[in-house]
Design a protein around this ligand. Structure first.
Ligand SMILES: Cc1cc2nc3c(=O)[nH]c(=O)nc-3n(C[C@H](O)[C@H](O)[C@H](O)COP(=O)(O)OP(=O)(O)OC[C@H]3O[C@@H](n4cnc5c(N)ncnc54)[C@H](O)[C@@H]3O)c2cc1C
Length: 367
Protein backbone atom coordinates (compact mmCIF):
# COMPACT_ATOMS: atom_id res chain seq x y z
CA UNK A 1 0.00 0.00 0.00
CA UNK A 2 3.03 2.28 0.20
CA UNK A 3 4.01 2.09 -3.46
CA UNK A 4 2.61 4.92 -5.56
CA UNK A 5 4.18 4.31 -8.98
CA UNK A 6 2.41 2.27 -11.64
CA UNK A 7 4.18 -1.10 -11.76
CA UNK A 8 5.10 -2.91 -14.94
CA UNK A 9 1.85 -4.51 -16.04
CA UNK A 10 3.75 -7.41 -17.54
CA UNK A 11 5.67 -8.65 -14.50
CA UNK A 12 3.17 -8.32 -11.67
CA UNK A 13 4.02 -9.38 -8.13
CA UNK A 14 2.16 -12.25 -6.45
CA UNK A 15 0.12 -9.76 -4.40
CA UNK A 16 -0.84 -8.03 -7.66
CA UNK A 17 -1.70 -11.31 -9.32
CA UNK A 18 -4.02 -12.28 -6.48
CA UNK A 19 -6.06 -9.17 -7.25
CA UNK A 20 -5.81 -9.23 -11.02
CA UNK A 21 -6.40 -12.94 -11.49
CA UNK A 22 -8.69 -13.55 -8.54
CA UNK A 23 -10.66 -16.16 -10.48
CA UNK A 24 -7.66 -18.51 -10.83
CA UNK A 25 -7.19 -21.21 -8.26
CA UNK A 26 -3.64 -22.24 -9.08
CA UNK A 27 -0.40 -20.62 -10.14
CA UNK A 28 2.89 -21.97 -11.53
CA UNK A 29 6.08 -21.31 -9.64
CA UNK A 30 9.23 -22.29 -11.52
CA UNK A 31 12.04 -23.34 -9.21
CA UNK A 32 15.20 -22.22 -10.99
CA UNK A 33 18.66 -23.26 -9.77
CA UNK A 34 20.84 -20.17 -9.49
CA UNK A 35 23.90 -22.06 -10.77
CA UNK A 36 25.40 -25.49 -11.37
CA UNK A 37 27.03 -25.81 -7.96
CA UNK A 38 24.70 -23.99 -5.63
CA UNK A 39 21.95 -24.79 -3.18
CA UNK A 40 20.19 -21.53 -4.02
CA UNK A 41 17.02 -21.52 -6.09
CA UNK A 42 15.01 -18.66 -7.49
CA UNK A 43 11.26 -19.18 -7.20
CA UNK A 44 10.17 -17.57 -10.45
CA UNK A 45 6.57 -16.32 -10.46
CA UNK A 46 6.22 -15.06 -6.91
CA UNK A 47 8.07 -11.75 -6.93
CA UNK A 48 6.80 -9.94 -3.87
CA UNK A 49 7.27 -7.10 -1.43
CA UNK A 50 5.04 -8.53 1.29
CA UNK A 51 6.43 -8.39 4.85
CA UNK A 52 9.12 -10.96 5.60
CA UNK A 53 7.02 -13.06 8.01
CA UNK A 54 4.27 -13.32 5.37
CA UNK A 55 6.85 -14.41 2.78
CA UNK A 56 8.13 -17.13 5.10
CA UNK A 57 4.62 -18.38 5.73
CA UNK A 58 3.50 -18.46 2.14
CA UNK A 59 6.66 -20.04 0.78
CA UNK A 60 6.35 -22.78 3.42
CA UNK A 61 2.75 -23.30 2.33
CA UNK A 62 3.93 -24.46 -1.11
CA UNK A 63 4.06 -28.23 -1.42
CA UNK A 64 7.70 -29.35 -1.48
CA UNK A 65 8.99 -26.07 -0.05
CA UNK A 66 7.83 -26.64 3.52
CA UNK A 67 11.37 -26.53 4.89
CA UNK A 68 13.10 -24.05 2.61
CA UNK A 69 15.15 -21.24 4.02
CA UNK A 70 14.88 -17.76 2.51
CA UNK A 71 18.36 -16.43 1.82
CA UNK A 72 17.24 -13.03 0.50
CA UNK A 73 13.64 -11.91 0.87
CA UNK A 74 11.77 -10.48 -2.10
CA UNK A 75 11.52 -6.72 -2.35
CA UNK A 76 10.05 -4.14 -4.68
CA UNK A 77 11.71 -1.20 -6.27
CA UNK A 78 10.38 2.05 -7.67
CA UNK A 79 12.15 3.51 -10.66
CA UNK A 80 12.58 7.10 -11.53
CA UNK A 81 12.91 7.95 -15.20
CA UNK A 82 13.84 10.66 -17.63
CA UNK A 83 10.74 12.01 -19.41
CA UNK A 84 11.35 10.71 -22.95
CA UNK A 85 9.52 13.68 -24.51
CA UNK A 86 12.71 15.55 -23.56
CA UNK A 87 14.68 13.41 -26.00
CA UNK A 88 15.42 14.16 -29.63
CA UNK A 89 14.69 11.49 -32.23
CA UNK A 90 18.33 10.33 -32.08
CA UNK A 91 17.86 9.66 -28.33
CA UNK A 92 19.99 12.63 -27.30
CA UNK A 93 18.70 14.73 -24.43
CA UNK A 94 17.13 18.04 -25.50
CA UNK A 95 18.46 19.68 -22.35
CA UNK A 96 21.96 18.26 -22.20
CA UNK A 97 23.96 18.19 -25.41
CA UNK A 98 25.89 14.98 -26.05
CA UNK A 99 23.96 12.99 -23.43
CA UNK A 100 22.28 10.00 -25.06
CA UNK A 101 19.82 7.93 -23.06
CA UNK A 102 18.59 4.40 -23.66
CA UNK A 103 16.72 1.68 -21.83
CA UNK A 104 14.39 1.77 -18.91
CA UNK A 105 15.68 5.15 -17.80
CA UNK A 106 13.50 6.36 -20.71
CA UNK A 107 10.38 4.83 -19.20
CA UNK A 108 10.40 1.45 -20.96
CA UNK A 109 10.52 -2.02 -19.51
CA UNK A 110 12.00 -5.11 -21.12
CA UNK A 111 15.19 -6.65 -22.39
CA UNK A 112 14.58 -6.06 -26.09
CA UNK A 113 13.28 -2.55 -25.49
CA UNK A 114 16.47 -1.66 -23.62
CA UNK A 115 18.81 -3.42 -26.06
CA UNK A 116 17.24 -1.84 -29.14
CA UNK A 117 17.44 1.67 -27.71
CA UNK A 118 21.02 1.04 -26.62
CA UNK A 119 21.93 0.17 -30.18
CA UNK A 120 20.28 3.30 -31.52
CA UNK A 121 21.68 5.66 -28.88
CA UNK A 122 25.17 4.18 -29.22
CA UNK A 123 25.24 4.50 -32.98
CA UNK A 124 23.91 8.04 -32.79
CA UNK A 125 26.48 9.10 -30.20
CA UNK A 126 29.23 7.96 -32.58
CA UNK A 127 27.58 9.64 -35.56
CA UNK A 128 27.41 12.88 -33.62
CA UNK A 129 31.12 12.70 -32.78
CA UNK A 130 31.83 12.11 -36.46
CA UNK A 131 29.57 15.00 -37.39
CA UNK A 132 27.41 12.74 -39.53
CA UNK A 133 23.64 12.58 -40.10
CA UNK A 134 21.74 10.83 -37.29
CA UNK A 135 20.50 7.25 -37.63
CA UNK A 136 16.71 7.35 -37.52
CA UNK A 137 14.12 4.71 -38.32
CA UNK A 138 10.60 5.42 -39.49
CA UNK A 139 7.52 3.74 -38.07
CA UNK A 140 7.10 1.70 -41.26
CA UNK A 141 10.71 0.49 -41.17
CA UNK A 142 11.15 -1.12 -37.77
CA UNK A 143 9.59 -1.66 -34.35
CA UNK A 144 12.51 0.35 -33.00
CA UNK A 145 11.24 3.25 -35.12
CA UNK A 146 7.77 2.87 -33.62
CA UNK A 147 9.10 2.67 -30.07
CA UNK A 148 11.38 5.70 -30.23
CA UNK A 149 8.71 7.71 -31.99
CA UNK A 150 6.09 6.75 -29.38
CA UNK A 151 8.46 7.58 -26.53
CA UNK A 152 9.58 10.97 -27.73
CA UNK A 153 6.19 12.18 -28.92
CA UNK A 154 3.71 10.60 -26.52
CA UNK A 155 5.79 10.17 -23.37
CA UNK A 156 4.87 7.42 -20.92
CA UNK A 157 2.52 7.13 -18.00
CA UNK A 158 3.36 3.51 -17.24
CA UNK A 159 6.38 1.36 -18.15
CA UNK A 160 6.34 1.13 -21.96
CA UNK A 161 6.36 -2.26 -23.67
CA UNK A 162 6.80 -2.76 -27.39
CA UNK A 163 3.73 -4.56 -28.76
CA UNK A 164 3.03 -5.43 -32.37
CA UNK A 165 -0.31 -3.68 -31.93
CA UNK A 166 1.47 -0.34 -31.48
CA UNK A 167 2.71 -0.47 -35.08
CA UNK A 168 0.22 0.63 -37.71
CA UNK A 169 2.46 -0.87 -40.41
CA UNK A 170 2.91 -4.22 -38.69
CA UNK A 171 2.01 -6.04 -41.89
CA UNK A 172 5.41 -5.04 -43.27
CA UNK A 173 7.29 -5.41 -39.99
CA UNK A 174 7.82 -9.17 -40.08
CA UNK A 175 10.72 -11.21 -38.81
CA UNK A 176 11.09 -12.92 -42.19
CA UNK A 177 11.89 -9.59 -43.84
CA UNK A 178 13.86 -7.96 -41.02
CA UNK A 179 17.09 -8.52 -42.95
CA UNK A 180 15.60 -6.97 -46.06
CA UNK A 181 14.46 -3.92 -44.10
CA UNK A 182 17.57 -3.30 -42.06
CA UNK A 183 20.72 -5.09 -43.22
CA UNK A 184 21.66 -2.49 -45.81
CA UNK A 185 21.17 0.36 -43.34
CA UNK A 186 23.29 -1.52 -40.79
CA UNK A 187 25.99 -2.23 -43.34
CA UNK A 188 26.25 1.43 -44.29
CA UNK A 189 26.54 2.32 -40.60
CA UNK A 190 29.33 -0.20 -40.19
CA UNK A 191 27.50 -2.45 -37.74
CA UNK A 192 26.94 -5.36 -40.14
CA UNK A 193 29.97 -7.51 -40.94
CA UNK A 194 31.21 -8.09 -44.49
CA UNK A 195 30.43 -11.77 -44.07
CA UNK A 196 26.85 -11.13 -43.12
CA UNK A 197 26.42 -8.51 -45.84
CA UNK A 198 27.65 -11.00 -48.45
CA UNK A 199 25.34 -13.70 -47.10
CA UNK A 200 22.40 -11.29 -47.24
CA UNK A 201 23.17 -10.14 -50.77
CA UNK A 202 23.38 -13.72 -52.00
CA UNK A 203 20.06 -14.52 -50.38
CA UNK A 204 18.48 -11.42 -51.87
CA UNK A 205 19.73 -12.39 -55.32
CA UNK A 206 18.55 -16.01 -54.98
CA UNK A 207 15.08 -14.84 -54.03
CA UNK A 208 14.96 -12.23 -56.79
CA UNK A 209 15.99 -14.82 -59.40
CA UNK A 210 13.39 -17.32 -58.25
CA UNK A 211 10.72 -14.61 -58.14
CA UNK A 212 11.51 -13.75 -61.76
CA UNK A 213 11.33 -17.43 -62.69
CA UNK A 214 7.90 -17.79 -61.04
CA UNK A 215 6.72 -14.73 -62.96
CA UNK A 216 8.01 -16.10 -66.25
CA UNK A 217 6.33 -19.51 -66.04
CA UNK A 218 2.70 -19.49 -67.13
CA UNK A 219 0.31 -22.24 -66.17
CA UNK A 220 -2.13 -23.15 -68.89
CA UNK A 221 -4.98 -25.30 -67.51
CA UNK A 222 -5.30 -27.05 -70.90
CA UNK A 223 -1.80 -28.50 -70.89
CA UNK A 224 -1.64 -29.41 -67.20
CA UNK A 225 -1.94 -32.84 -65.69
CA UNK A 226 -5.33 -32.80 -63.97
CA UNK A 227 -4.20 -34.76 -60.92
CA UNK A 228 -1.17 -32.63 -60.19
CA UNK A 229 -3.30 -29.51 -60.53
CA UNK A 230 -5.87 -30.87 -58.11
CA UNK A 231 -3.11 -31.78 -55.68
CA UNK A 232 -1.73 -28.27 -55.79
CA UNK A 233 -4.77 -26.01 -56.00
CA UNK A 234 -7.52 -28.41 -54.96
CA UNK A 235 -9.74 -26.83 -57.60
CA UNK A 236 -9.98 -26.20 -61.31
CA UNK A 237 -7.95 -23.41 -62.81
CA UNK A 238 -10.24 -21.30 -64.99
CA UNK A 239 -7.65 -19.28 -66.87
CA UNK A 240 -3.96 -19.06 -67.61
CA UNK A 241 -1.91 -17.85 -64.67
CA UNK A 242 1.70 -17.15 -63.68
CA UNK A 243 3.17 -19.45 -61.03
CA UNK A 244 3.86 -16.26 -59.11
CA UNK A 245 0.17 -15.39 -59.03
CA UNK A 246 -0.79 -18.95 -58.15
CA UNK A 247 1.48 -18.74 -55.12
CA UNK A 248 -0.76 -16.00 -53.72
CA UNK A 249 -3.59 -18.51 -53.28
CA UNK A 250 -4.01 -19.53 -49.66
CA UNK A 251 -3.83 -23.27 -50.42
CA UNK A 252 -0.65 -23.04 -52.53
CA UNK A 253 2.94 -22.90 -51.31
CA UNK A 254 6.32 -23.20 -53.01
CA UNK A 255 6.67 -26.91 -52.22
CA UNK A 256 3.36 -27.58 -53.92
CA UNK A 257 4.37 -25.72 -57.08
CA UNK A 258 7.11 -28.29 -57.54
CA UNK A 259 4.41 -30.95 -58.01
CA UNK A 260 2.83 -29.30 -61.07
CA UNK A 261 3.27 -31.38 -64.19
CA UNK A 262 2.19 -31.16 -67.80
CA UNK A 263 0.16 -33.96 -69.40
CA UNK A 264 3.47 -35.35 -70.72
CA UNK A 265 4.73 -35.67 -67.16
CA UNK A 266 7.19 -32.77 -67.42
CA UNK A 267 7.74 -30.67 -64.33
CA UNK A 268 6.52 -27.10 -64.71
CA UNK A 269 9.02 -25.82 -62.14
CA UNK A 270 12.16 -27.93 -62.65
CA UNK A 271 15.12 -27.88 -60.22
CA UNK A 272 17.24 -26.19 -58.90
CA UNK A 273 15.02 -25.27 -55.97
CA UNK A 274 15.27 -22.87 -53.06
CA UNK A 275 16.13 -24.23 -49.62
CA UNK A 276 13.15 -24.72 -47.30
CA UNK A 277 14.02 -21.54 -45.42
CA UNK A 278 14.31 -19.42 -48.56
CA UNK A 279 11.12 -20.98 -49.91
CA UNK A 280 9.27 -19.96 -46.77
CA UNK A 281 10.59 -16.39 -47.04
CA UNK A 282 9.60 -16.17 -50.69
CA UNK A 283 6.14 -17.63 -50.11
CA UNK A 284 5.40 -15.19 -47.28
CA UNK A 285 6.62 -12.26 -49.32
CA UNK A 286 4.51 -13.17 -52.33
CA UNK A 287 1.40 -13.81 -50.26
CA UNK A 288 1.70 -10.46 -48.50
CA UNK A 289 2.77 -8.51 -51.57
CA UNK A 290 -0.68 -7.18 -52.53
CA UNK A 291 -1.36 -5.85 -49.07
CA UNK A 292 2.15 -4.49 -48.77
CA UNK A 293 1.87 -2.57 -52.04
CA UNK A 294 -1.31 -0.95 -50.78
CA UNK A 295 0.40 -0.02 -47.54
CA UNK A 296 3.48 1.33 -49.33
CA UNK A 297 1.30 3.60 -51.45
CA UNK A 298 -0.33 4.89 -48.28
CA UNK A 299 3.05 5.46 -46.60
CA UNK A 300 4.34 7.29 -49.67
CA UNK A 301 1.30 9.54 -49.72
CA UNK A 302 1.78 10.47 -46.09
CA UNK A 303 5.54 10.66 -46.20
CA UNK A 304 5.83 14.12 -47.64
CA UNK A 305 3.55 15.42 -44.92
CA UNK A 306 5.17 13.37 -42.18
CA UNK A 307 8.76 14.30 -42.95
CA UNK A 308 8.14 18.05 -43.11
CA UNK A 309 10.53 19.51 -40.54
CA UNK A 310 9.18 22.01 -38.01
CA UNK A 311 11.85 24.68 -37.42
CA UNK A 312 12.84 25.03 -33.77
CA UNK A 313 11.82 28.69 -33.72
CA UNK A 314 8.40 28.06 -35.24
CA UNK A 315 5.75 30.07 -33.37
CA UNK A 316 2.80 27.79 -32.67
CA UNK A 317 0.70 30.73 -31.49
CA UNK A 318 0.83 32.09 -35.04
CA UNK A 319 -1.05 29.02 -36.30
CA UNK A 320 -4.62 30.18 -35.86
CA UNK A 321 -7.17 27.41 -35.78
CA UNK A 322 -5.22 25.08 -33.50
CA UNK A 323 -6.99 24.36 -30.24
CA UNK A 324 -5.45 25.71 -27.03
CA UNK A 325 -4.77 22.17 -25.83
CA UNK A 326 -2.97 21.15 -29.02
CA UNK A 327 -0.92 24.36 -29.10
CA UNK A 328 0.15 23.75 -25.48
CA UNK A 329 1.16 20.17 -26.24
CA UNK A 330 3.15 21.14 -29.33
CA UNK A 331 4.96 23.90 -27.44
CA UNK A 332 5.84 21.48 -24.66
CA UNK A 333 6.95 18.52 -26.76
CA UNK A 334 8.47 20.49 -29.67
CA UNK A 335 8.17 17.76 -32.33
CA UNK A 336 10.90 17.78 -34.97
CA UNK A 337 8.59 16.86 -37.85
CA UNK A 338 4.88 16.86 -38.66
CA UNK A 339 5.00 13.07 -38.39
CA UNK A 340 6.14 13.35 -34.80
CA UNK A 341 3.47 15.97 -34.15
CA UNK A 342 0.81 13.61 -35.49
CA UNK A 343 1.86 10.92 -33.05
CA UNK A 344 1.32 13.11 -30.04
CA UNK A 345 -1.87 11.92 -28.39
CA UNK A 346 -4.64 14.43 -29.00
CA UNK A 347 -3.04 15.95 -32.10
CA UNK A 348 -5.48 15.33 -34.96
CA UNK A 349 -4.83 14.99 -38.71
CA UNK A 350 -6.84 18.22 -39.11
CA UNK A 351 -4.37 20.05 -36.86
CA UNK A 352 -1.54 18.68 -39.00
CA UNK A 353 -3.14 20.14 -42.13
CA UNK A 354 -3.37 23.54 -40.41
CA UNK A 355 0.27 23.29 -39.36
CA UNK A 356 1.28 22.40 -42.90
CA UNK A 357 -0.32 25.60 -44.19
CA UNK A 358 1.43 27.75 -41.56
CA UNK A 359 4.77 26.01 -42.12
CA UNK A 360 4.57 26.82 -45.81
CA UNK A 361 3.77 30.44 -44.91
CA UNK A 362 6.69 30.47 -42.45
CA UNK A 363 9.07 29.18 -45.10
CA UNK A 364 7.73 31.72 -47.61
CA UNK A 365 8.40 34.54 -45.14
CA UNK A 366 11.93 33.31 -44.40
CA UNK A 367 12.78 33.11 -48.07
C1 LIG B 1 12.57 -8.97 -11.30
C2 LIG B 1 12.53 -8.47 -12.72
C3 LIG B 1 12.14 -9.33 -13.73
C4 LIG B 1 12.12 -8.90 -15.05
N1 LIG B 1 11.73 -9.78 -16.01
C5 LIG B 1 11.78 -9.42 -17.30
C6 LIG B 1 11.47 -10.36 -18.32
O1 LIG B 1 11.17 -11.51 -18.07
N2 LIG B 1 11.54 -9.96 -19.62
C7 LIG B 1 11.88 -8.68 -19.94
O2 LIG B 1 11.92 -8.37 -21.14
N3 LIG B 1 12.18 -7.77 -19.00
C8 LIG B 1 12.14 -8.10 -17.69
N4 LIG B 1 12.45 -7.17 -16.72
C9 LIG B 1 12.78 -5.79 -17.12
C10 LIG B 1 14.20 -5.69 -17.64
O3 LIG B 1 15.06 -6.42 -16.83
C11 LIG B 1 14.67 -4.23 -17.65
O4 LIG B 1 13.69 -3.39 -18.19
C12 LIG B 1 15.95 -4.08 -18.49
O5 LIG B 1 16.91 -5.00 -18.06
C13 LIG B 1 16.48 -2.66 -18.38
O6 LIG B 1 17.75 -2.58 -18.97
P1 LIG B 1 18.58 -1.24 -18.88
O7 LIG B 1 19.87 -1.52 -19.57
O8 LIG B 1 17.76 -0.12 -19.33
O9 LIG B 1 18.79 -1.01 -17.32
P2 LIG B 1 19.62 -1.87 -16.29
O10 LIG B 1 19.73 -3.27 -16.74
O11 LIG B 1 19.02 -1.57 -14.96
O12 LIG B 1 21.06 -1.24 -16.42
C14 LIG B 1 21.43 -0.05 -15.77
C15 LIG B 1 22.85 -0.24 -15.27
O13 LIG B 1 23.36 0.99 -14.82
C16 LIG B 1 24.11 0.77 -13.65
N5 LIG B 1 24.16 2.04 -12.93
C17 LIG B 1 23.18 2.67 -12.26
N6 LIG B 1 23.63 3.81 -11.74
C18 LIG B 1 24.92 3.93 -12.09
C19 LIG B 1 25.92 4.90 -11.86
N7 LIG B 1 25.68 6.01 -11.17
N8 LIG B 1 27.15 4.69 -12.38
C20 LIG B 1 27.40 3.58 -13.12
N9 LIG B 1 26.49 2.61 -13.37
C21 LIG B 1 25.26 2.79 -12.86
C22 LIG B 1 23.33 -0.31 -12.94
O14 LIG B 1 24.16 -0.99 -12.02
C23 LIG B 1 22.94 -1.21 -14.10
O15 LIG B 1 23.90 -2.18 -14.40
C24 LIG B 1 12.48 -7.57 -15.37
C25 LIG B 1 12.89 -6.71 -14.35
C26 LIG B 1 12.91 -7.15 -13.04
C27 LIG B 1 13.36 -6.20 -11.96
Amino acid sequence: GVIEGIGPRYCPSIEDKIHKFASKNSHHVFIEPEGLNTYEYYPNGISTSLPYDVQVNFIHSIKGLENVHIIRPGYAIEYDYYDPTHLKDNLESKEFDNLFLAGQVNGTTGYEEAAAQGLMAGINAVLKIRDEEPFLLRRDQAYLGVMVNDLITKGVNEPYRMFTSRAEYRLSLREDNADERLTEIGYKLGVVSEERWKFFQEKRERLARETERLKSIWVNPGVLDKFSLEEVVGAELSKESQLYVMLKRPEVDYQKLKLLKTKDGESLLPPPYLSDEDAETLTTKVKYSGYEDKQKAEVQKNLEKIETVIPEDFDYDSAKGLSFEITQKLKKIKPRTLGEALNISGVTPAAISILLVYLKRYRGKKE
